[in-house]
Design a protein. Structure first.
Length: 64
């Protein structure tokens, strides 16, 4: 439970949770598949997803 329910605290909480989720996804791809993972979440890239994983077997995966 979040003790402070102000909009600022909720936004900070959400950003922290998202950062943790991104780290977990990157670590999984790198550790499990030896992939090169790129953050493509910038709006100017307009990819529609956050991470792009390039695995050694030449498979390219995208993750939201």
């Amino acid at each position: 439970m979040i003790p402070d329910k102000s909009p600022e605290a909720l936004e900070s909480y959400d950003k922290n949770i998202e950062a943790i989720a991104v780290r977990v996804a990157i670590n999984y791809e790198v550790d499990r598949h030896k992939a090169k993972v790129f953050d493509v979440s910038s709006p100017h890239l307009a990819r529609g997803y956050d991470l792009e994983s390039h695995r050694a077997n030449a498979r390219k995966l995208s993750s939201r």
